[in-house]
Design a protein around this ligand. Sequence first.
Ligand SMILES: CSC[C@@H](O)[C@@H](O)C(=O)COP(=O)(O)O
Length: 386
Amino acid sequence: MAQLRPGRAAPEARVLPGRAAPPARGAMSLEALRYRRGSLRVLNQLLLPQRSCYQEIGGVRQGWEAIRAMQVRGAPAIAIVGCLSLAVELHGGAGLGQGKAGLETFIHDSLRYLVTARPTAVNMARAAEELGAFTSQEAQREEATAESLRESVIQWAEAMLEKDLRDNRSIGEHGARHLLQASPQDKVTVLTHCNTGSLATAGYGTALGVIRSLHALGCLEHVYCTETRPYNQGARLTAYELVYEHIPATLIADSMVSVAMKEKGVSAVVVGADRVVANGDTANKVGTYQLAIAAKHHGIPFYVAAPSTSCDLSLAEGAEIVIEERPSQELTDVNGARIAAPGIGVWNPAFDVTPHELITGGIITEMGVFRPEELREALTWAVKGE
Ligand SMILES: CSC[C@@H](O)[C@@H](O)C(=O)COP(=O)(O)O
């Protein structure tokens, strides 16, 4: 594991005005992060929905800490914040004084370190691999200087933001079209889990992007979002986004999903992903697996919506995915107050793996919707065609 490196002290977080009331339709969409060259601010999601507070990320160490503490979370957002935290530190001159070779080492060390923040989502690891390879390639060019290397790496990180947003819009379109074709009704009711919206991505969202697209088409009847225990990303973040966007939605506890499927006319379940492996097995927020089982029982199509950056063809099956275990307090306490009996043991895996055979609707990517067994070939072709 890379060593912790001293970062700059965090400047005071700026607290924007109080409780976030739902704004008028057409207002700007929520932003997990605000970036301009040399400056990165992330919305501290631990404080939502009570407070909307952006805090400065001065470099890699602060990026790592924000990811680890789940101030920013969601597979794509983790990678984007990680890489942009490096871009900010590079912009400030880090590693530059050590010449081209020293700067290259600094970049590789920083990327290795960022990957250690959280293990299950593959996006940061993939970005580190790709940016690492790009860095080595750039550094090998004879005419490259430390300055040009720095500039190229900053631009690479900046391009991630744009691409994720574009990919999410494509996911939304492909997913909405597929759901509507598969449904006998003109309007569909979707059940979703965890948070997969603007707050988990560069914007628009993955599973929530599909929901947004359906809503924009006038083809969304209703959304059921789970509270997503123990961290409550559904109750705090997805519910916030849905209210913010004026999308008709109802919050349910995780334990209500089967009865909701039975009684509420759910047309499809759409969730996000932290890692989709070669056979289509998918790691996502804990509780996803039981949702897929319940969907199968009720004959409801189950979809995973994920950009190709969340896919990991290096792993053959879900059993190989490292599942993050989080601190017991996330389960025993609510807002700092203990609710569980003192002395009880706690198991708190943050994710579970849904076997590919339960992903009956398909895997919605920016390239189209695939059956789990088609994914490997589709992604391989996409890479060859680049
Ligand atoms: C578009 S994000 C998809 C997933 O990352 C999301 O559903 C999820 O599981 C997030 O988990 P988190 O622990 O909040 O980072």
